[in-house]
Design a protein around this ligand. Structure first.
Ligand code: ZN
Length: 299
């Protein structure tokens, strides 16, 4: 944690599907909402059933089933992490976190609900940092600004979840106890870059004004259309970042490699929205496990 800042390093960003990313400068590795299990499920409030896919023989998780991490899927891709950041506690953001934190020793940062899920999953207290939003924490090679935010307006804006995961929660995790626990966004300062990440399709405009990130990872699924001028207001509040990655655009209950054509068509609409508000911004719809590089910053 005391490693010196390294301005000259190249930063690699890799999309893990859903809202998840791996971000590293080669020294420090940060995971955000890493969710590789991609569980197949039957309906739950705010979610639609996993679409039919021929040849998909995976187990289907219903509302009464215990949700379990696919450790083989995680271990195939995740080998190290120093920090794991969470936007909120829903299973498609946090289910894999306890396994990853235990195996890597990474520090988990999230809301009270998220960190209680970490405890329930056997992550030692020494690896857990609970935040409210508003913190700006220094870690030597990295600093992390925690930003109060909002969850997507699911189910045609009828979504609301005021529940919190209790400190004494010990599992099991199920769809019917799947709690949001409030939503955060984060800005990382790494190798001279300011990287802003959202894990859900909404934000608090006043909390992001003036952040001026170099790179913004923006949640882009269709629920954004519930929000007035989602993309335009966001681009203006962020002072039109040079580089935007679409995230949380995929159908996250289909396995890696499954066709995502419908979702990609929807993501193209998001790209057009960004270009309309900020013609000089480069927009990338990041594909699963495709590495993207930020070249070393000079000066
Ligand atoms: Zn959610």
């Amino acid at each position: 944690m005391t490693r010196a800042r390294k301005p000259g390093a190249r930063v690699r960003l890799t999309h893990l599907g859903a809202a998840g990313w791996e971000i590293t400068d080669g020294q420090t590795t940060i995971l955000v909402d890493p969710y590789l299990s991609r569980l197949r499920y039957r309906a739950r409030f705010g979610l639609m059933d996993t679409p039919e896919l021929s040849g998909d023989t995976r187990r289907v998780f219903g509302p009464d089933d215990d949700l379990v991490c696919d450790t083989a899927a995680v271990d195939a891709r995740i080998t190290r992490a120093d920090f794991i950041l969470h936007s909120h506690s829903h299973f498609n953001h946090t289910l894999d976190m306890p396994h990853i934190a235990r195996k890597t020793g990474a520090t988990v940062i999230g809301t009270e609900s998220t960190t209680n899920l970490a405890r329930a999953g056997g992550v030692p207290d020494a690896q857990i940092l609970t935040v409210h939003g508003g913190e700006d924490y220094e870690f030597g090679a990295l600093s992390i600004k925690v930003i109060p935010s909002l969850h997507s307006a699911l189910n045609g804006k009828h979504y609301y979840d005021g529940r919190v995961v209790a400190r004494d929660f010990r599992g099991p995790r199920r769809m019917d106890n799947d709690v949001e626990g409030g939503t955060l966004a984060y800005m990382l300062r790494l190798a001279g870059y300011r990287i802003l990440w959202f894990g859900s399709m909404n934000y608090l405009e006043r909390e992001i004004q003036g952040l001026r990130p170099d790179v913004a990872l923006i949640a882009a699924a269709r629920q954004r259309l519930e929000i007035h001028d989602y993309t335009g207001r966001l681009m203006r509040a962020l002072d039109r970042p040079r580089l935007v990655f679409a995230t949380h655009w995929d159908e996250q209950s289909l396995p890696y490699g499954a066709p995502q054509d419908a979702r990609l068509r929807e993501a193209d609409v998001f790209v057009k929205e960004v270009k309309a508000a900020s013609p000089r911004t480069r927009v990338v719809v990041a594909r699963h496990f495709e590495p993207h590089f930020l070249e070393p910053k000079r000066g």
